[in-house]
Design a protein around this ligand. Structure first.
Ligand SMILES: Cc1ncc(COP(=O)(O)O)c(C=O)c1O
Length: 408
């Protein structure tokens, strides 16, 4: 049955097996009630302030701004949150909802490990069990987070199927949820999946944009001209964009992973291609990278968190409405931006966020100094050391690994 509240235009919905419908209904009802409940709002706010460390800073990148001689560049530093990324905002919110539902186990999928880490963290915080499903390829490239999740008491379950990345982890988590629906809450990590996840995750992440609105008014006395964020499933971007939707003259740019080429399996650009393709997977209707039979195509990105064939349904709708714009950045440009930000501001961004920085490096010089751009640094780069050190400091890194391996 078509239920308007479940859709963003034609996108979104709830395409799930019967076994999940009642759990999603229960979640939907609970979330609708709690989001307007003062006690819930108060508890969420104090967790965000005292545990996560909000508000995160809005920092004027003055070295970068003067080096590029263009837009005034502000960085929203979600990297400074507890656990090092925006993912914790949503994890705290959903853990409180799960507790209200009487669930005592949190299950989650993760790509970059940041969402798994955030889920394992809140599970420890609220005394819940935790299982995190992660593709084998992602476990290898984001090993520091695998170690940390286990340290926090989570059971990290390798997913050996398919491309062994995020899409396979989502499938495995959905399957486990169907089999264990009574005790478990599926703490989904991005603004995608079946209703009510896309709207609920967006709401929990909108704290990012609400803070930016206040902070920029304090610093500049006006709102910015452009907002920039990387887009995996789309939660950090929507979190930044959403509180500015009433401002028609603010441009909102989502940066997708352009990988290493345009061929199938070489990138994860869903919208910034010549013709985005609508389809249904993982419980929702949106744009997906897919073959002629509707099977999801393999994807590639240097950043595990952007390496996914789908994009949240609200992005698909906003794009179709012409409200948001999407561009694509190659792996090597993101790695270069990672180095530039480290060297110019002493801030090491996650490889995901480095895609947004790479776009800013190209865009800023096109504007004058009266143009204000806010770039979301969705996470910090510590987790990427096994990738970036191998790319930017290969010989030293190899020697270090060899010596460490001999010592163990
Ligand atoms: C630091 C960071 N940024 C961005 C993303 C992409 O997710 P989303 O598009 O939901 O913000 C991830 C996903 O793992 C991430 O870890």
């Amino acid at each position: 049955m078509f239920n308007e509240e479940q859709y963003f235009g034609e996108f979104g919905g709830r395409y799930v097996p019967e076994a999940l419908s009642s759990a999603l209904d229960e979640l939907d009802r609970a979330y609708r009630r709690l989001k307007d409940d003062n006690e819930f709002k108060h508890e969420l706010e104090s967790e965000l302030n005292d545990y996560v460390g909000r508000p995160s800073p809005l920092y004027l990148a003055d070295n970068l701004t003067s080096n590029l001689s263009g837009s005034k560049i502000y960085l929203k530093l979600e990297s400074h949150n507890h656990t090092g990324a925006h993912k914790i905002n949503n994890a705290v919110g959903q853990a409180l909802v799960a507790r209200e539902l009487g669930k005592n186990v949190l299950i989650a999928e993760t790509g970059a490990g940041q969402h798994g880490l955030a889920t394992a963290t809140v599970a420890a915080r609220f005394g819940m069990g935790c299982k995190v499903f992660m593709g084998e390829v992602d476990m290898k490239r984001q090993y520091p987070n695998v170690y940390l999740m286990r340290l926090l008491g989570a059971d990290v379950i390798p997913v050996p199927h398919g491309t062994r990345t995020l899409k396979d982890a989502i499938n495995a988590t959905l399957k486990y949820w169907i089999e264990n629906i009574e005790d478990c809450h599926y703490l989904l990590g991005s603004a995608l999946g079946p209703h009510p996840y896309p709207a609920m995750v967006r709401d929990f992440q909108s704290v990012i944009g609400r803070e930016v609105r206040e902070q920029i008014m304090e610093k500049e006395g006006r709102l910015p001209d452009m907002l920039v964020a990387c887009v995996g499933g789309g939660s950090n971007a929507l979190g930044l964009f959403h509180p500015f939707m009433d401002q028609e003259n603010i441009r909102m740019i989502g940066v997708e992973a352009g990988g290493r080429g345009d061929g199938p399996g070489e990138h994860a650009t869903r919208i910034a291609v010549s013709q985005p393709k609508p389809g249904i997977a993982h419980g929702y209707l949106s744009y997906f990278l897919q073959d002629e039979n509707g099977q999801l195509l393999p994807t590639h990105s240097v950043s595990a968190g952007l390496d996914y064939a789908g994009i949240g349904p609200e992005h698909a709708w906003l794009y179709k409405e012409g409200r948001t714009e999407y561009v694509s950045v190659r792996d090597h440009e993101a790695v270069e931006a990672y180095k530039v930000l480290a060297g110019s501001e002493g801030i090491i961004p996650a490889l995901e966020s480095s895609h947004a920085v790479a776009f800013a490096l190209k865009e800023a010089p096109k504007h004058g100094g009266d143009h204000i751009m806010v770039v979301n640094i969705s996470g910090r780069g510590d987790k990427d050391i096994f990738i970036t050190a191998a790319l930017t400091d290969k010989d030293n890194w190899k020697n270090f690994l060899k010596e460490e391996a001999c010592d163990v």
